[in-house]
Unconditional design. Structure first.
Length: 570
């Protein structure tokens, strides 16, 4: 679709129609959404966001940070300000927007660009006031929305946007110099820097930019055998890396960079709970254990569905359109930049809803049986989750009061017959006098490290968890043996706001319950989870050395070693 025809089509509807919400479904017949209705909903929602951003932009011309946008702490910052640019440009160039070529929006963007130049350091970097200063990576994150704005303004070619375009060009050329030499902190930063350099190079060609991209790419993409990037960040950084690699691929003609994106998108199809939320338990970043959906993957799924004519990616793109609707409006500038994104998606296949997938690189298992699903994890204190529709067991954890280090984490994930097995071995030694020949002269305890002392009275503890699938759910066999009379506590953390029954609340403790015997149930809407039988040999739920209870309705089973108990969850 040519861009002129795309914009004419985009602006043809006088009345902006909202995208109708649909029930989440893997059925292709329920996933398709009319692209015109979808894009109109993007424009309408984007207009609403523009209004809220205008209220947060500094309008006092005498203010030192005039033109900047504040965050939730009322701090002016470049990140919120480039967010304004990304939203404003969608309204300014989309004929269906109420802000189409509005002087007020142009003026707002001009002031935002002046603010960005004001806070950009002489070395070209910017600050992320919450943690990073003179930051190349945070500069890279800011470059994409600025490049999108510049690109769309150039395509629009309105004469009165020249001052704004000049400011944006200055910001980007300053950024290009910094990005060509600056360093990073995290794995994903490398690819975001590459994306930023590719975008600046596309607009203002410079051999240094392309050479720096190649220098980073020599490190090779950090993707494991499962298709996960190093950080395994489902809600934030994995989709960011996907978008970054797609951008570098298309702007610098590097088609090989699409292969890791394909692999990550493929594995991510299995990181979807039955209720439509993303699986975050295995993340190594700040989204671990957080609730959220996979909407940040939308651009990558749609792009590769079209590029590869991939029916599974098409199904996921349409699933997200139906699930998120207008909340995907952040992608509006991408559609305006690349009108081929609006081409009809290939016929979708079904999303996977019946599987047991073992991801050895991630020490994680995903099981899905229609409306229920589970995750099993090693090397993580949260070793099991179970979802049945809206009813959510957000985590099962085990702890023992064993020398302050009894929080269970499976050291490995093994598959024995029809069972997944997690084990942890612990030792608790005492220490003998320090070797006389090595004693310090001043009695300084720190100069006599424990690892150099002889050990005695070594206590040992083995914790083993066996998990097997049953007809309607799962069976967990939990064993803790070794030193006797060690207190044990199992935490079943259910999503707050659901209705618990069959349990007793622990006195003076909020959202802390004991399952003393029999079975408990959790009700959330029409969905129910049954769990038990119970066991409560003591009421000590927050054991010494254990992690704080989860932010949930936590039901505990307690006992002492030798401890053996079987829990049914269905």
């Amino acid at each position: 679709m040519k861009r002129r025809l795309f914009l004419q089509h985009f602006g043809a509807t006088a009345c902006l129609l909202p995208l109708t919400s649909t029930i989440l479904s893997a059925s292709p017949s329920n996933l398709a959404a009319d692209i015109q209705t979808l894009l109109d909903s993007f424009v309408k929602h984007n207009d609403e966001v523009i209004k809220s951003l205008l209220e947060r932009q500094e309008t006092d011309e005498k203010h030192a940070l005039f033109g900047g946008v504040t965050d939730g702490y009322d701090i002016h910052n470049p990140q919120s300000t480039v967010g304004l640019l990304q939203r404003h440009i969608g309204g300014f160039v989309a004929p269906a927007s109420q802000y189409y070529r509005a002087e007020s929006i142009l003026e707002s963007m001009l002031h935002a660009s002046e603010y960005l130049l004001n806070v950009q350091h002489p070395d070209g970097t910017i600050d992320l006031h919450t943690t990073n200063f003179h930051s190349t990576p945070d500069l890279a994150f800011s470059v994409e929305p600025v490049c999108l704005a510049y690109t769309l303004l150039e395509q629009d070619a309105s004469e009165n946007t020249q001052p704004l375009r000049k400011n944006l060009q200055t910001y980007l050329e300053n950024a290009g110099k910094a990005l060509s030499i600056g360093g990073v902190h995290t794995p994903n930063h490398r690819w975001v820097v590459c994306m930023a350099l590719a975008r600046v190079h596309h607009l203002f060609p410079n051999a240094n930019y392309a050479e720096r991209v190649d220098e980073w790419l020599k490190e090779k993409i950090d993707i494991d055998i499962d298709g996960q990037f190093t950080e395994q960040s489902t809600l934030i950084y994995s989709p960011t890396v996907d978008r970054a690699l797609i951008t570098v691929s298309r702007l610098l003609n590097k088609p090989e960079l699409l292969e890791p994106v394909r692999r990550n998108l493929e594995v991510s199809l299995y990181y979807l709970h039955a209720n439509g939320e993303g699986v975050t338990e295995g993340s190594g970043r700040q989204d671990q254990y957080q609730r959220g959906n996979l909407n940040r993957y939308y651009y990558a799924y749609r792009y590769l569905a079209l590029h590869d004519q991939n029916s599974r990616f098409s199904a996921m793109a349409q699933f997200l359109e139906n699930q998120e609707g207008e909340n995907l409006s952040y992608t509006l500038p991408y559609f305006l930049e690349d009108s081929e994104l609006a081409n009809p998606l290939p016929q979708p296949s079904s999303l996977p809803t019946d599987y047991c997938k073992v991801f050895t690189g991630s020490d994680l298992v995903r099981v899905r049986r229609g409306e229920r699903d589970a995750t099993i994890l090693a090397k993580n204190p949260l070793f099991f989750t179970f979802f049945k529709g809206e009813a959510a067991l957000e985590g099962v954890r085990l702890a023992s009061a064993f020398f302050g280090k009894g929080q269970f984490e499976g050291e490995s994930l093994e598959w024995e017959g029809d069972e997944f097995v997690l084990r942890q071995w612990l030792e608790g030694p005492y220490y003998q006098p320090y070797p006389a020949e090595d004693l310090p002269n001043d009695g300084d305890w720190e100069k006599m490290p424990k690892e150099d002392r002889p050990q005695s009275e070594v206590q040992k503890l083995l914790s083993e968890i066996r998990i097997r699938e049953t007809k309607n759910g799962f069976m967990l066999d939990i064993t803790v043996i070794g030193t006797d009379r060690v207190p044990v506590a199992i935490e079943l953390a259910f999503r707050a706001g659901s209705q618990l029954s069959g349990v007793r609340q622990v006195e003076n403790k909020e959202d802390v319950y004991l399952l003393e015997d029999g079975y408990g149930t959790l009700q959330a809407g029409k969905n129910k989870i049954k769990f038990g039988p119970g066991r409560a040999e003591h009421q000590w739920t927050q054991l010494r050395g254990a992690l704080d209870k989860m932010e949930a309705q936590s039901v505990y089973l307690t006992g002492f070693t030798p401890f053996e108990h079987q829990i049914t969850i269905e």
